[in-house]
Design a protein around this ligand. Structure first.
Ligand SMILES: NC(=O)C1=CN([C@@H]2O[C@H](COP(=O)(O)OP(=O)(O)OC[C@H]3O[C@@H](n4cnc5c(N)ncnc54)[C@H](O)[C@@H]3O)[C@@H](O)[C@H]2O)C=CC1
Ligand SMILES: O=C(O)[C@H]1O[C@H](OP(=O)(O)OP(=O)(O)OC[C@H]2O[C@@H](n3ccc(=O)[nH]c3=O)[C@H](O)[C@@H]2O)[C@H](O)[C@@H](O)[C@@H]1O
Length: 439
């Protein structure tokens, strides 16, 4: 089957490469020439385990290619996926500028029956807007009779496990009001459904909302645990034991119950705000979702507050080491990462930062520049003469770090751990001043 993937960012590239792996013919389009050129030269611009090999194999086998030419790619495809960004607008709603721009170009390019599918996370009602814009474009070209279908097929992959998630999905959500489009989508996903991965068919609005509701549910679990962690701190309980006391209950389960420095990334923060905005526009109250967002904002300042409460108000002569810049391990993505926001706050107070991350240094450099910050490719070099270590991301290499070496390199053995990587008792025995979350 012939697929055109519009938007070769995180999702577009992973999903495009996976569809190729499933045996389909895929052309990934982007309007960023640098991105397409680097992909055409065999360079994968994002860090994602397994992706490089997947791209290389499928390009070599002739199933995957990259292009700047949207019109031609659309015209030669049956399935047209929209996977462009939907960043937050000022009011928190999803900004559909990129989506609508792509849709207009689709309407100006199709000339035979095609299915237009939203992979991007788009608010409820978007599919109907998309249908309208395509119809308008077709009318302009005197093709108002041309048949096409709209499908909502939201994506649930996680960064860092994206390939695995896409090829082994818990579910594939397909929103369409049309049996022909459903049949095509079932054929497209047959390599996955035949392995037992369920395809759940529903109406378009429900599919669009299922995506937001899923992300909001996971974000709710995290904020809930972060709130409980605050209670733990005040009563002398340990959130890690509280979590273990909860997770064996099958009704609760063990996923997304880790307290920490708050959720970041390109999706949870923006999607929680977008669903709030969608509901508010329709006068529907969102008490829970607003609390989730509020708790997260507060939680992202947690390590900053630990620094202030330990060192006092004058932070101007401090040098602090930071381990972990990406919003979570196994990715170089720093969008809405708690580390970046905290570093900004600390720098405003005159703190000098020495930062390490296994893969996100380049992205962090682009976001933060050079003022009051030095970047290190060796985690231990970042500790040299620092007044304390702040840990933001649970990279494996930090979990198994040499505590003796950390202690000897820091000016004082102080560790503020935003991911609860170490046992407080053991850290005390090792001679650290150790503060973590909810313990
Ligand atoms: N990043 C993730 O893990 C997940 C993201 N999503 C959703 O998928 C969508 C895409 O997210 P990302 O891949 O992270 O975004 P991204 O920002 O990494 O990539 C978007 C790409 O679209 C390109 N683009 C924009 N307008 C274009 C146009 N008119 N023609 C061709 N290319 C165009 C951009 O140049 C960019 O390369 C968003 O709606 C996001 O919420 C859904 C699930 C997971
Ligand atoms: O819509 C999206 O883009 C995606 O958003 C998330 O995926 P992702 O943002 O890649 O990362 P997660 O693994 O979900 O982590 C998000 C944030 O929550 C934090 N988190 C996660 C789990 C937890 O227990 N505690 C916690 O603080 C992580 O540190 C991270 O900052 C969802 O998990 C995906 O299903 C979804 O497709």
């Amino acid at each position: 089957m012939k697929i055109c993937m519009i938007g070769t960012g995180y999702v577009g590239l992973v999903v495009g490469a996976c569809f190729a792996e499933m045996g389909h013919q895929v052309i990934c389009v982007d309007n960023n020439p640098a991105k397409i050129t680097s992909l055409q030269n065999g360079q994968v611009p994002i860090y994602e385990p397994g992706l490089e090999q997947l791209v290389e194999r499928n390009v070599q086998d002739g199933r995957l290619s990259f292009s700047l030419d949207l019109a031609q790619s659309v015209a030669s495809s049956q399935f047209i996926f929209i996977a462009v960004g939907t960043p937050p607008a000022e009011d928190g709603s999803a900004d559909l500028t990129y989506v609508m721009n792509a849709v207009q170009q689709i309407g100006a390019s199709i000339h035979a029956y095609a299915i237009v599918i939203t992979k991007s996370t788009v608010p409820i009602g978007s599919a109907e807007r998309i249908r309208g814009v395509i119809q308008e474009e077709l009318m302009k070209r005197g093709l108002s009779e041309l048949d096409f279908d709209i499908v909502s097929n939201p994506e649930f992959l996680r960064e860092g496990a994206a390939v695995e998630d896409f090829l082994h999905p818990n579910r594939i959500v397909v929103g369409t009001d049309n049996s022909r489009a459903l049949e095509y989508m079932e054929k497209l996903y047959l390599p996955l459904t035949s392995q037992g991965h369920p395809l759940v068919h529903m109406d378009i609005a429900s599919a669009e909302l299922a995506k937001y509701a899923s992300n909001a549910m996971l974000a709710t679990r995290i904020s809930f645990m972060n709130e409980i962690a605050g209670i733990c701190e005040s009563v002398g309980a340990d959130i890690e034991w509280v979590r273990r006391g909860m997770e064996f209950d099958h009704r609760i389960g063990s996923y997304f119950l880790s307290a920490g420095v708050g959720y970041g990334g390109s999706c949870f923060p923006k999607d929680v705000r977008a669903i709030i905005q969608s509901a508010t526009e329709r006068n529907v109250p969102t008490h829970i979702l607003e609390a989730v967002d509020k708790v997260n904002h507060k939680q992202k300042k947690k390590l900053y507050e630990m620094v202030v409460s330990h060192f006092g108000e004058d932070l101007s002569r401090l040098k602090l080491a930071v381990w972990g810049l990406s919003f979570k391990p196994e990715t170089d993505d720093i969008r809405e990462a708690p580390s970046i926001e905290t570093i900004e706050l600390l720098r405003q107070r005159g703190v000098n930062i020495q930062a390490h991350d296994p893969v996100a240094l380049q992205n962090a450099y682009q976001a933060l520049g050079e003022e009051n910050i030095k970047y290190f490719t060796n985690p231990y070099e970042a500790l040299m003469d620092a007044d304390a270590l702040l840990l933001f991301t649970e990279w494996k290499q930090y979990r198994f770090a040499d505590l003796g070496r950390i202690k000897s390199l820091l000016k004082q053995p102080i560790l503020f751990d935003g991911r609860n990587l170490f046992d407080p008792e053991m850290m005390k025995e090792e001679g650290f001043v150790y503060q973590s979350i909810g313990r």
